[in-house]
Design a protein around this ligand. Structure first.
Ligand SMILES: NC(=O)CC[C@H](N)C(=O)O
Length: 214
């Protein structure tokens, strides 16, 4: 199990981690690892790390002026549309058509190479409204190998855990399939999960029945 960051990918190369969630740079590195190990592109990289790579699978975004770091990040709340109704991440978010999550990055998955990945099972199940930016990845036929370009941790709350992280914990505990089968409830009497739109729910803590995952 792992939340990927720049250190952990080299320690735990794809697909060694039985369950995995890559966040921002973690998703970009998961794409690099998939390109190297599954597509066979040995020098696949982000142009952030190797501008000369013959397989630049992660590239500068058009907004980014290379060499100019000031004020050039893609920041703030952006909409991600789900492209598949069969996405685990979509189900975890409550089977919604889109999510609004916060971003903080300069680089992105190279959209021109998208079909190479999808042909081998790495699906870009979430994309921006224009369909130009890859926002969520999911590996087909895998219990939980996902990545998000945005930062879901910004809106995670104790009573309303961020779906990508909650899914990682459920998958690691072997509880994800039953959670999804029960309509995203830990049990029929689950009163733990807050399902309001609020990111800071005011549920009375004393009324909550905390459930064990076991
Ligand atoms: N927030 C991040 O992880 C940033 C990742 C990467 N350095 C980018 O700018 O796209």
């Amino acid at each position: 199990m792992g939340v990927l960051n720049e250190c952990s990918v080299s320690l735990c190369s794809y697909p060694a981690a039985p369950v995995s969630a890559g966040v921002c740079l973690g998703m970009q590195l998961a794409v690099c690892e998939f390109a190297r190990n599954v597509l066979g592109w040995e020098d696949a990289n982000s142009t952030e790390f190797n501008p000369e790579s013959s397989h630049p699978v992660v590239i500068d975004m058009p907004e980014h002026n290379p060499g100019q770091m000031g004020g050039t990040m893609r920041l703030g709340k952006r909409r991600t549309m789900f492209k598949s109704s069969n996405s685990v991440m979509r189900k975890l978010y409550g089977d919604v058509e889109y999510v609004d999550e916060r971003h903080r990055h300069r680089f992105e998955v190279n959209p021109e190479l998208k079909h190479h990945f999808e042909g081998k099972g790495l699906q870009f199940v979430g994309q921006d409204v224009e369909g130009e930016r890859m926002e969520i990845i999911e590996l087909e036929n895998h219990c939980y190998f996902v990545g998000v370009q945005y930062h879901p941790e910004f809106t995670s709350r104790p009573m309303k855990p961020s779906p990508p992280y909650f899914g990682l914990l459920l998958a690691a505990a072997g509880k994800l399939p039953s959670y999804l089968a029960k309509g995203c409830r830990l049990s029929p009497r689950d009163t733990y999960s807050d399902r309001s739109d609020s990111s800071s729910p005011e549920t009375d803590l004393s009324d909550l029945k905390f459930l064990s995952l076991s």
